[in-house]
Ligand binder design. Sequence first.
Ligand code: GLU
Length: 401
Amino acid sequence: MADWQTFSDRINNVAPSATLAVDSKAKAMKAAGVDVIGFGAGEPDFPTPANIVDAAVEACREPRNYKYTPTAGLPELRRAIADKVLRDSGYEVAPEQVVVTNGGKQAVYESFQVLLNDGDEVIIPTPFWTSYPEAVKLAGGKPVEVFAGADRDFEPDIDAIEAARTGRTKAIIITSPNNPTGAVWSRETIRAIGRWAVEHHVWIISDEIYEHLNYDGAKTAYVGVEVPECRDQLLVLNGVAKTYAMPGWRVGWMVAPLEVAKAASKLQGHLSSNVSNVPQRAALAAVAGPLDDVYMMREAFDARRKAIVAALNDIPGVVCPTPTGAFYAFPDVSGLLGKPLGPNGTVCATSAELAAALLDEAHVAAVPGEAFGAPGYLRFSYALADDQLAEGMRRFRQWVG
Ligand code: GLU
């Protein structure tokens, strides 16, 4: 490749999204007629509730939705999101603090673009959702991983976080309920992180997209509630994808201190302008409506959670802690590495090789732990139909032998 043809270091240094890569490979195999069971992307299998779809259909017929609208979001939706924060988290924010984004992912991206200068460090409790470090790098920042494994129920250790702090530490990410581990961090941990951030003047990015998916009596703790004094340095990220079964509608948001929200909106004004109006109107129906549907889905997820954890722990060499949130199981599969597996006796040295072999040979899609900073693990999204789940687990077990 000639010099002029090379791409930027910025893009060359970014890894592709592993969750989406596994999902698209599984979907492509399905389209080619292969009967793949997809535990890849975290994508609720339920249809979007009918009242939300109806609101979108109606919105399609309204000419006001054919125009550009304010970059930061429809005023009614920003108001509804502010009301939702009060309803679910119990504290007041102004609609002007809300920026509606193209999915939660754009809110992640914009957070780091707004906050980071080159070389600024972001502490990322690990295992992490795959896009965080890449969004940090795209903003010139440096991801700093602080690992907590299954032995601690994936609960971050505040002493380890403090040990990772340097003069360049600019922000820390909280994700509870967690993707990929399904852990719901304790109030004590959330409080400790919030207080630590206040003491050391560190921004907090709290990704709360799985807030309503709790099981076994676990309860999402909100850092803005536990440590009210952190709200001036807190960016809460969320969206409709997981709560209302709307991943493809691409509506997320950021709730941030006013100046941060204004800066994110300035960026969005050059990047993508307003989120498409029809999905915004659908999101308005969702956010302003009740939570009945998510509670119904939560019941179904709960039954699947129990089924998948039992099935995984039944496979020799697999150890799966019981998750209490989101819809992911994150088993330790290191016991399968280095051993002959499947009818061909395939030997996998890493969880990445294991995930590839499982897909190719048993037609079961899962995301390797490497994508989340946790080699030796696999992530299974159990947001799929019960019979699919049972069949996928049967195949995995049979393949292991
Ligand atoms: N957040 C989901 C996941 O982790 C959807 C895919 C993605 O955007 O990463 O699977």
